[in-house]
Design a protein around this ligand. Structure first.
Ligand code: FE2
Length: 229
C-alpha cells in the first residue's frame, strides 16, 4: 500500500474521490523522508488505520503539502492524527478551506528546512495554481493536476468523450486543455517549465496517471511542447 518508488520516497495509492461534474478521480500520496528524519506528506490520501501505521513506520510526519487548490480533502484528518505537523498549502487553498490550520503558503522558493532535498516551482494557473516539486535524492519530479494520463477506459459516456478531448486520458502525460487555457501569462508558464526542465529528473509522479521510473525530463518536455513560442 505504501510502496518504495525511489530512495527516501514512497507512494501510497488511495481510494477514488468525486471531482467536478461527476468525474471520479484516483488519489495518490507521496511520502518523502528528509535527512532530518521528518516526513513530508504530499497530497494526503484518505486516512485509514492501515495507511497511518505504514506512514508512522517510516518516520514522524513534519510537513503536509497541499500542492494546489484541488488537493486538500484529507489534510485535516492527517493534521489531527499527527499533532505538530505543519500544513503548507498552495495559493488558493486557504480561500477554499478557511477551516484548515495552514502554517504557511507555498511559494516560488522552497522552505529552507527542505530546500536541500526538495525544490519547487510555482505554476500560476486560473484553474488551480500548482506547486511542482522535485525530490533530489530520488530525482523525482512531482506534478499534481497539470500533467495527467489516466487510462482511456477510466471514464465512460460523455465523460469519456470530455476526458479524451481534454487530454485527461491518453498514452502519455499531457497538460489537460482546461489547464492550457488557464495559463494566462504564457511567458511566466514558459519560465516555470524551463526551471522544471533544469532539474536532473529521471522519475515522474502525477496525482492522476502512470508513474514513470525513467525519462521524466523527456516526458515533461513533450507534455509542454504546445507552450513553445
Ligand atoms: Fe487532482
Amino acid at each position: 500500500m505504501t510502496d518504495p518508488f525511489g530512495p527516501e520516497l514512497w507512494v501510497t495509492e488511495g481510494g477514488d474521490v468525486a471531482g467536478m461534474a461527476g468525474f471520479v478521480f484516483p488519489t495518490r500520496m507521496v511520502v518523502i523522508r528528509l535527512a532530518s528524519g521528518g516526513l513530508m506528506l504530499w497530497s494526503p490520501v484518505a486516512l485509514t488505520d492501515q495507511v497511518r501505521e505504514a506512514v508512522a513506520a517510516l518516520g514522524t510526519p513534519r510537513f503536509i503539502l497541499a500542492p494546489n487548490a484541488l488537493h486538500h480533502l484529507h489534510v485535516a484528518d492527517w493534521q489531527a492524527a499527527f499533532p505538530g505537523v505543519e500544513v503548507h498549502a498552495a495559493p488558493g487553498v486557504s480561500a477554499r478551506r478557511p477551516d484548515l490550520d495552514i502554517s504557511a503558503e507555498l511559494e516560488a522558493t522552497p522552505d529552507p528546512r527542505w530546500a536541500q532535498e526538495v525544490d519547487q516551482v510555482l505554476m500560476e494557473n486560473r484553474i488551480a495554481t500548482e506547486v511542482v516539486f522535485f525530490h533530489r535524492p530520488s530525482a523525482t519530479v512531482i506534478f499534481t493536476d497539470l500533467l495527467q494520463n489516466m487510462a482511456p477506459g477510466r471514464f465512460t459516456g460523455w465523460r469519456g468523450v470530455v476526458a479524451r478531448l481534454d487530454r485527461m486520458v491518453g498514452p502519455k502525460p499531457a497538460v489537460p486543455r482546461k489547464f492550457r487555457m488557464g495559463f494566462r501569462d504564457r511567458a511566466a508558464a514558459r519560465d516555470g517549465v524551463r526551471q522544471i526542465l533544469d532539474w536532473p529528473a529521471q522519475r515522474l509522479l502525477l496525482a492522476h496517471g502512470t508513474p514513470l521510473r525513467e525519462g521524466a525530463q523527456a516526458a515533461v518536455e513533450n507534455a509542454f511542447g504546445w507552450l513553445r513560442p
